[in-house]
Design a protein around this ligand. Sequence first.
Ligand code: AMP
Ligand code: MG
Length: 408
Amino acid sequence: MQDRITVEEALRKISAELRLLPTERVPLSAALGRVLRETIIARESIPPFDNSGMDGFAVRMEDLAVVPARLRLDGDIPAGKNPQSGVRPGGCIQIMTGAKVPPGTEAVVPVEWTTEHDPGFVRINQCPKKGAYIRRAGQDVKEGTSVISGGTHITPPVVGMIAAAGYQEIKVGATPHVAVIVTGDELHLEADGPLPPAKIRDANGPGLVAQILDAGGLVTGPLIARDNPDSLIQAIEASKGADVLIISGGVSVGTHDLVKDVLANMGFRQSFWRVRQRPGGPMLFGKLGSQLVFGLPGNPVSAAVCFLQYVRPALFRLGGAAQVNPPFLCAQLEFPVKKPAGLYHFVRGRAVRQEDGRLLVQTTGPQASNLYSSLQHANCLIHLPEDCADPSGGEEVKITRLPWATID
Ligand code: AMP
Ligand code: MG
C-alpha cells in the first residue's frame, strides 16, 4: 500500500507535467467553449455615449417647473442618428431607446408620461428627476479597462461581452487532441452482432470519447488493442500525433496487463502508478515524448471516474483555463457508507435539494467498479478522503456535481 501515492500527490504530479498548448486566433463565432488566452480591454466605453433609456422626449428641467407643461416638438432622434441640434428652451426632442441624447438634455420623459397636444406640441404630464432615463457613457464599462482576463472559459455572455468590447477575433488555447485506446482480448467490437461466449461489449471506448468531447477535446479513436505487445505498440504508434493518450485497461497486476511494460520499452517516462483511491487504484500516468499518457483501469466506473478526477481538469489546464475543478458542495449523507480504509473513496451519489435549500445525498447502490449503472444514475460524486472513517449517516460530506448532471 505504501508505494501508492495519494490523490493529492497524483494531482500534483500531473500538474507538474502540464505544458500549455499554443494559442490560435478564432473568430468570435467559433469561440464558444474555448479558453480565452488574452486580456480583453474595452476598445470604447460601453455604452459609448450618453443615450436614452426609454422611448420618450429629451427635455430641460427648467421647462417642467410646472406640469402638465406644453412643449414644442423640435425634432426626432432614432437610434443610430447623431443629433444635429440641442434641446432649446420651451422645446423637446422625441427620442428612441438607445439614441444618442442631444446636447442640453437634462432628462428623458417616457412617452407614457405624455399626451399628444396640438400638432407640433407635446403635453408632459409628469416631471422626471434630473438625469432620469439617460444612460451615461461608460455606465457599464469604461474605455481601456480590462473586462475579461485570460484563462476564462468562453460562455455565451462572455462572447457577448467580448463583442461589446470591440473584438471580432480573439486568441484562445488550442483544443487538446486526445487519442483513446481500449485494450482487451475480451472486447467484442462488432456493434450489432450477437455477443460471442466470454466476450463483452466495449463501454469505455465510446464512454471516454463522449467525456473528451464533453470536455471540449478533439478525439482520435477509440482504437482497439489486444492483450499482446504488437497490438499495443501498433495502437500507441497510431496515436502519436495526439497531445494526450488515454489507454483503458491493462494497467493492473494481471499477467495480461501489459500496458506498463510495453510503454516502458517505448521510452515512457512514468510519473506514477497506483493511487490510494477507489475506484481507479491501478491508474498509471507519465509521458511518452511530449505526449501525456493516462493509463486508466478497464473497469468502466474506474475509467470514467479517473477521467473526471484527473484527465478532464488536465485538458482544461492544457487549454489555459484558470478554473478547472468543479466546486465542492456540502450535502448531508442520508445513510451509512462502508468505506475502504486508507483509500480516498469516490462514491457515486444522488443529491436532492430539500425545501430548506440543503442537499441530501445517498449512494446509487453497490459501488463495485464494474457496475456502470451506479454512475449512470448518479448526479454527483461523494468525496470520502483517505483518513475519513466510515460515515454512519447524518454527517456533512463534500460532493461534486457530475458535469452532465443537474442537482434539484
Ligand atoms: P483490466 O483493467 O484490463 O484488467 O480490466 C478490468 C475489467 O474491466 C475487466 O473486467 C475487463 O473486462 C473490463 N474492461 C476492460 N476494458 C473494458 C471496456 N473497454 N469496456 C468495458 N469493460 C472493460
Ligand atoms: Mg484487460
